[in-house]
Design a protein around this ligand. Sequence first.
Ligand SMILES: Cc1ncc(COP(=O)(O)O)c(C=O)c1O
Length: 431
Amino acid sequence: MAAMSSVSGPHSLLLKNLNNGFFKTPSLPNTAHFIKPQSRSTKPHLSIITCATTQIQDLQTTTPKPQSQDRVFNFAAGPATLPESVLKKAESELYNWRNAGMSVMEMSHRGKDFVSIIEKAESDLRSLLGISDDYAVLFLQGGATTQFAAIPLNLCSDSDEVDYIVSGSWGDKAVKEAQKYCKANVIWSGKSEKYTKIPSFDGLVQNPNAKYLHICANETIHGVEFKNYPTPENKDGILIADMSSNFCSKPVDVSKFGIIYAGAQKNVGPSGVTIVIIRKDLIGKAQGITPVMLDYQIHAENKSLYNTPPCYGIYMCGLVFEDLLNQGGLVVVEKKNVKKAKLLYNMIDGSGGFYKCPVEKSVRSLMNVPFTLEKSELEAEFIKEAAKEMMVQLKGHRSVGGMRASIYNAMPLAGVEKLVAFMKEFQAKHA
Ligand SMILES: Cc1ncc(COP(=O)(O)O)c(C=O)c1O
């Protein structure tokens, strides 16, 4: 924004206003006609209307793109940063969604406008992940935590046995919840090694009768990620994955899973939406005690509209799916995520021990990067100084301490570059 602030001449006032956020053109009605301010998106902005914009466009396409001054780089684990372009689009449609005369928040969930929104969200998600018609896609509520109970309730009787691999705190919570509704066994736990590993699949001893094998594909707190997936030993058993913190961060072969579930608030939207992708033949076998809101059959039969769904959240997820498709799909998205993660891990590993990541290299998460400082007494200062540089939410989870940088899809490369530059500077100052 600095470049724009220094401009003088007939458009200086206009440009000053642009610095303060969206500028509404005075001659136009009070609808979504805005000139976009410069932001940290990498695409040149082609603004919309008025002759004044011609000169602004020139300015915007020829000056480098600084970070939006009113936005921080948010490294939170979730709710997490969302793509700027998605937020801007939502802002422009907030008051009057595509001439419906109301916002998405005010629409009937059974009206044609909202039905078109949820149908498009589902169809874009199907395209992104290559989800076949053998699977239902459900947009639910209650967070991924509710699925910890919904899964055994829908798939098992109370005497059925199921297997869990526990590679972190979320897997641990999932199995403890499942134990209330069936015979859930921990077949491997990384707890004694502070959740820094994924087991080798060859050495796993599975229960041959287990109805399912559950994994947490990416442990958000510990930064441990499955790079490939185990196969259930029971040929009638299925693999189930909690993908809350790496959902849509890379391509996944959905056909390997019976169920994939994810809270939206890390990679694909705001909190309040939980996505469940379930093979259709698994639906309809819920225990009698299953609450109606946890019964997959009810939600599948009613296309996620049995009761009032989290409409605005689903709309936001839809905008994110559209954005991911526009970027070129999950192959492209994964490449970007690999580049960001490499930059950060290389910095940590090349710091001569000043920074350390405890996770075994082969299973380090592309999404959540935990690290500690050799001089742990400097951690508070690190977090404070980073915040002064507009980089926030770097404190590690309260259960493990240290630092954690969550670098989900929507974290731009510029955010990681800035963090790495800051870390180098901090080290030079304190080594
Ligand atoms: C991997 C994982 N699973 C489950 C959860 C719980 O999600 P929710 O808060 O949506 O219930 C989280 C939340 O951070 C998570 O990271």
